[in-house]
Design a protein around this ligand. Structure first.
Ligand code: SAH
Ligand code: TMP
Ligand code: ZN
Length: 405
């Protein structure tokens, strides 16, 4: 029996996707033969209600000098993080010479807002290529993995932090106790931790199983996050739903008693109970929904193929690795995937080995159907792709249900 990464209780497996490659491991044909794979299995801990991967590749296999995800590729996300930064400046940086730390700061998408405002800041970013991109735009960055030990060193050198921020990275870190302990060490008395990640409630409600891949070790709820931080003298004082990445939750965390706890926390926990996030049966139902989603998507793709329609993927997301591999999508179904990230272009998608081409390839000859892998950026994409629609192009989406739009 696997044990919980948070509380050591036995974890119950509820879905297995089979062997999967590194979701962001775009590769060249010379690398196909030696492609690494692992078992993508997910379990639920009945004791602390944390949903988690049962096996995860070593962190150095995922986060390194060739990390493929550059956050600033999305203008919508850049706007989102600007608002996030402004709310932190307004509400929590009132003392003289405040200090802000961000985990997983990537190419500086959030911290550049603090750098531009001449606020003392430090990004923690272990992937050297994206860390370098951040430095180039004036964002102070250390290229290391955050943990308790690094927190102590930062405290010695810079003093306590008024805000510790993290977006789409807490859920990547299996050694969460070291991270929470590090935050407790580094936080000033009235400081806050604010982090956001894809929300378990949305994943279950929308059957968005493609959020499940190697980097995402955890699928958080308010209840599971509260339980984790309580062990470190910290409490969740607010929980604010976010309309990004297909539904995220922002958790505001402080030293116990430092701030009043918002009613939103109690309300959200009640919603989670009603949604069944603490019941194993919910996850078995989720598995059945995932299987039905896979079958519906393949039925559609096989029909389009039989009809001789050209299908192209839109957005070579890490999420699409789970979808292509689990459903069995091949270059026979999807001619290529269009993506704006230079480092992905000219390579092949992990596992399924579908070619990744620059956006120009999509634009030059519109397909009949675009399979929207980057559905979490759907609004931004639909807004700019009106010409594709006008040319008669159709979108194939699969979250929350398989549909041709
Ligand atoms: N915050 C950005 C990037 C998310 S991708 C955004 O929301 O768009 C996750 C990032 O976290 C990657 O750049 C990865 O290199 C980094 N990361 C992974 N493990 C980490 C750790 N232990 N400490 C700090 N950063 C980490
Ligand atoms: P994400 O879902 O992990 O944020 O990744 C989004 C991917 O989609 C990333 O590789 C960039 C790509 N993309 C496009 O190709 N065109 C777009 O308009 C957007 C928003 C993203
Ligand atoms: Zn547990």
């Amino acid at each position: 029996m696997p044990t919980c990464l948070v509380c050591n209780h036995a974890v119950t497996e509820f879905i297995s996707f089979g062997r999967m490659p590194i979701a962001n491991g775009f590769l060249t044909p010379a690398q196909f033969a030696a492609e690494y794979t692992f078992e993508l299995r997910v379990g639920f801990c009945p004791a602390c209600s944390m949903v988690q991967l049962l096996e995860q590749p070593d962190r150095e296999m995922m986060f390194h000098e060739n990390y493929a995800y550059f956050s600033s590729i999305s203008t919508r996300m850049a706007a989102h993080f600007k608002e996030f930064a402004q709310s932190v400046m307004r509400d929590y940086l009132r003392r003289d010479d405040p200090f802000v730390v961000e985990l997983g700061s990537n190419d500086g998408i959030m911290l550049h807002n603090f750098a531009d405002a001449k606020i003392r800041h430090l990004g923690i970013e272990p992937s050297a290529n994206v860390a370098e991109a951040a430095r180039k735009r004036g964002v102070n960055t250390v290229c290391e993995f955050f943990d308790q030990d690094l927190a102590r060193r930062i405290l010695e050198e810079h003093g306590p932090a008024d805000a510790i921020l993290a977006a789409n990275v807490m859920c990547h870190i299996p050694y969460l106790h070291s991270v929470a302990a590090g935050m407790e060490i580094l936080l000033s008395d009235t400081g806050v931790v604010q982090f956001e990640d894809p929300y378990l409630g949305d994943i279950v409600e929308k059957t968005s199983y493609d959020q499940i891949y190697d980097e995402h070790a955890f699928y958080f709820s308010v209840a599971s996050v509260e339980r984790l931080f309580a062990e470190h003298g910290l409490e969740v004082v607010d929980a604010i739903p976010q309309n990004v990445h297909g539904g995220s939750m922002r958790y505001v965390i402080a030293r116990k008693g430092a701030y009043p706890v918002s009613q939103a926390v109690t309300r959200q926990k009640a919603k989670e109970e009603a949604l069944g996030l603490k019941d194993l049966e919910t996850y078995h139902r989720f598995r059945r929904n995932v299987e039905a989603s896979r079958d519906a998507l393949m039925e559609t793709l096989n029909r389009l193929k039989a009809e001789g329609q050209r299908v192209v993927g839109y957005g070579a997301t890490s999420k699409s690795t789970t979808v292509t591999m689990y459903c069995g999508i091949t270059p026979e179904h999807v001619e290529f995937i269009s993506d704006t990230t230079p480092t992905k272009q000219g390579k092949f998608s992990p596992g399924a080995h579908i070619p990744v081409r620059p956006y120009d390839a999509f634009k030059a000859r519109y397909p009949d159907v675009a399979l929207l892998f980057a559905w979490n950026h759907g609004e931004e994409i639909m807004d700019k792709e009106t010409a594709f629609r006008e040319a008669g192009g159709k979108w194939l989406v699969y979250v929350p249900t398989v549909e041709i739009l």
